[in-house]
Structure formats: C-alpha cells, structure tokens
Design a protein around this ligand. Structure first.
Ligand SMILES: *Cc1c(COP(=O)(O)O)cnc(C)c1O
Length: 399
C-alpha cells in the first residue's frame, strides 16, 4: 500500500475520533521521523510527551527485544522481575511508598480516583479539579477534566466532580463540602495551554487539603518523568502530593501508566479492590527500566534544565520580535508554550499546519498556546532549527 491508499482506506475504517495529518509515518530516530514518502520531520511533540529518549532509542529497543524473547505476559497473578525493579526505582526516587501499574494516563487517574474514594470516610467521594485541566477520556476522568468541550454528548457523567476556576484559592475553598475527599490537579496544565500553577497557588492548595483533611492528587501524566527538569514536577514546586499519576513517558512509547501513593493512603486498597490485566507488563517494564536509568544518569536532568532555559529564551526573543503575534513564553524545562495574542490565536491551527508542511511537528494547546514537547535528548541545534522555522512562519504571517 502506498501512503495515499493507506489514508484512503483508513478514512473508511476508523471511527472519526482523530483529525489526522495526511501522512503515514514509517520510521523514527532520535528527534526525527520519516514518512512513507521519504519526507523528514523534526519532532517537537515526541508522540505527545511520550518518547522522552527519542524514537527507537537503541537501549530501549534492545531491552524490549530481549524481554520479548523471554516472557511477554503472565498477568498480575504472578510476580515478574522487571515490574518489581521498576516499582523499586520509582518509589526510591519519589515521596511514595506503594505503586499500582496500569496502561495509560486515564487508567492511572481512574486508579487514583478510586483510591481516594476508598481511603476516605463514608459519604466523602467528591473530587475537585481545576478549570482548563485534562485528566483523560474515560467517563470518570472526563468528568474530572475541567473543559466542557470534552463533556458534551456524554452526559450524564459520573457524579462527584467539581471544577474550580483556575488560580482562585477562595473559589476552590468554597467548593469544599462534607462530601469532598480530594483535590486533583496537574502541577502545570499541558492540554490546557502549557499553563503553570504558581508555587504560591500550589502551596495554598496543599494547605487547603491539610486543613480540610483532603488528599492531594497530582496528575503528572504529561509533566512527570524528567519533562520539567526534575524527575517529578512536584520536586521543584515545594509541594508534595499524597497520590501521583504517571504514564506518557514511562516506557518511551510502550503503553504504561502508574499510580503511586503514601503507605497511609495505599492501605485503603485490599486484594480485589482494583486490578489491571496488562498493568506492569514485563516488556513495558523492561522499556521503562531503561527510561529510568537514562533519566537518572548523571547530568541528564541538569541538561534538560539547561536546554529548557535556552529554549524559553529563544521563545522570548520571538515574543520580543513579534509582539503582535506572541505575547508570552511559558513552561518548565522541556515543556514549553508560546502564548499567541488574541488576534493570532485563531490562526494557531494554521501555524501548526504550516510548520507541518515545512517538516516540523508541534501542536496548539488550549486554543491559546503553541506547545512544544521535544524528546528530552533534543539538542540546542535542533531547538535553533525549530525557532528559525517559527520565525519564518511569523514573518510570512505578519507581512
Ligand atoms: C495525556 C494525559 C492524560 C491521559 O492519558 P492517556 O494515556 O491518553 O489516557 C491524563 N492526564 C494528563 C495530564 C495528560 O496529559
């Protein structure tokens, strides 16, 4: 099949859940992708914050092949070494004492929601999340997601989810009732437009949780695992949650998620409380072990910070040179966003398409910001190439 045939057949086969680009990707290496027509792309999305070590990292590929040759799946009725080793590393490097493995971000958040409810006293089941948040596409996680466009047509959604206006601690406190059991938030909203929560706001949320006896759940599905320059985003924000969820980057592209919690909270789960057939699969765990080894290797995370600072500086230069188009650069480490002015925000999608044509992959988040999520192994030379491409697009658009 050539690419036109694949695209034509796909259009007739798949449910229309995705608006896809007219391309068939066939190969990846580092920060580069190649499509079926031989066109090369510089990938500043990394499969949406997934391929942190770049595409087809040789050590990940080797670990997958070796594990696949030994044992692919046995379910969670039995122990396997890769998942135990992975659990140990994640727990040793976080606040958490216990872990549950699953296969995606939504599942990790589902597990967190269930644990928070199970842990809390009877009658306390409500979870407050923030407007602009994104927590997944299952019914409960979509109910937790604070963006009405994801709810439409799926009502009635599971009960027990409330959304607080972003950045307003007073409004958040007014939503707390006798039924509330937890506050769920991303330390930095990804889908919502690369919108960081300030250190003061996060500290305020933590103290609300402490005063009202609520659990604090951090959804680090997108920003966890090195993306922000620390292994977990919470480490640099001065606030420790009770539960954290991870997924995207965990196995560099194999499906894997995790939910971690303190001992005190984790005891609420008993045998039979929760389960996953595939969760902690040995092949995914073998890939994740390589991811963890690389992220924790000397200098890796410091390098993410250096490159993130450099990237943000270059984006700020674009704001300076094109004040009519971009108003602000924001982000942490290698999740960066370029906020467009109200005049140009409606053209965000067109900018992304133009860059795609030029061979650069980025996306447009929350209808406000161009979003950049390169593999963490990106080089400053690659950052420069992307910045040059953005400069070209902005120059064309403003002339
Ligand atoms: C992507 C994402 C999810 C959902 O993850 P899936 O693996 O697509 O289910 C949840 N929360 C955040 C913050 C995300 O970025």
């Amino acid at each position: 099949m050539n690419s036109q045939e694949i695209i034509k057949r796909s259009d007739r086969l798949f449910m229309k859940t995705y608006g896809r680009y007219e391309t068939v990707m066939v190969q990846g290496h580092g920060c580069n992708l190649i499509d079926a027509d031989g066109k090369e792309y510089l990938d500043f999305l990394a499969g949406i914050a997934v391929c942190v070590l770049g595409h087809c990292h040789p050590k990940v590929t080797q670990a997958i092949c070796q594990q696949a040759d030994k044992l692919v799946h046995v379910s969670n009725l039995y122990h396997t070494e890769p998942q135990t080793r992975l659990a140990e590393i994640l727990i040793n490097h976080s606040f958490a004492d216990r872990i549950f493995f699953c296969n995606s971000g939504a599942e990790a958040n589902e597990a967190a929601i269930k644990l928070a409810r199970k842990f809390s006293d009877e009658g306390r089941y409500e979870i407050i999340s923030l407007e602009g948040s994104f927590h997944g596409r299952t019914l409960a996680t979509v109910a937790a997601t604070g963006q009405p466009k994801f709810h439409q047509g799926f009502e009635p959604l599971p009960a027990g989810f409330r959304h607080a206006p972003f950045g307003d601690l007073g409004a958040l406190e007014r939503l707390i009732t006798e039924q509330t059991c937890a506050i769920l938030c991303e330390p930095l909203q990804g889908e919502g437009g690369v919108r960081p929560l300030s250190v003061e706001y996060l500290a305020g949320i933590r103290s609300l949780c402490d005063r009202h006896g609520l659990l604090l759940i951090f959804d680090e599905v997108q920003v966890g695992l090195g993306r922000t320059g620390t292994l977990f985003a919470y480490e640099q924000l001065g606030v420790t949650p009770d539960i954290i969820t991870l997924a995207k980057a965990l196995a560099n592209g194999l499906p894997m998620g995790a939910m971690l919690a303190t001992e005190r909270v984790a005891t609420a789960f008993e045998p039979g409380s929760h389960a996953s057939t595939f969760g902690g699969n040995p092949v995914a765990a073998a890939a994740a072990l390589v991811v963890m080894e690389e992220l924790l290797s000397p200098g890796f995370l410091a390098d993410v910070v250096t490159k993130g600072t450099y990237f943000q500086k270059q984006l700020e230069n674009l704001v300076r040179d094109f004040p009519g188009i971009a108003s602000k650069a924001r982000g942490l480490g290698l999740i960066q966003g370029l906020v467009l002015t109200p005049e140009y925000a409606p053209k965000g999608g067109a900018m992304v398409n133009q860059l795609f044509k030029m061979g650069y992959l980025i996306n447009f988040a929350g209808n406000v910001a161009l979003r950049f999520l390169p593999p963490l192994i990106v080089t400053t030379a690659e950052i420069d190439r992307l910045i040059d491409a953005l400069r070209k697009v902005f120059t064309e658009m403003s002339s």
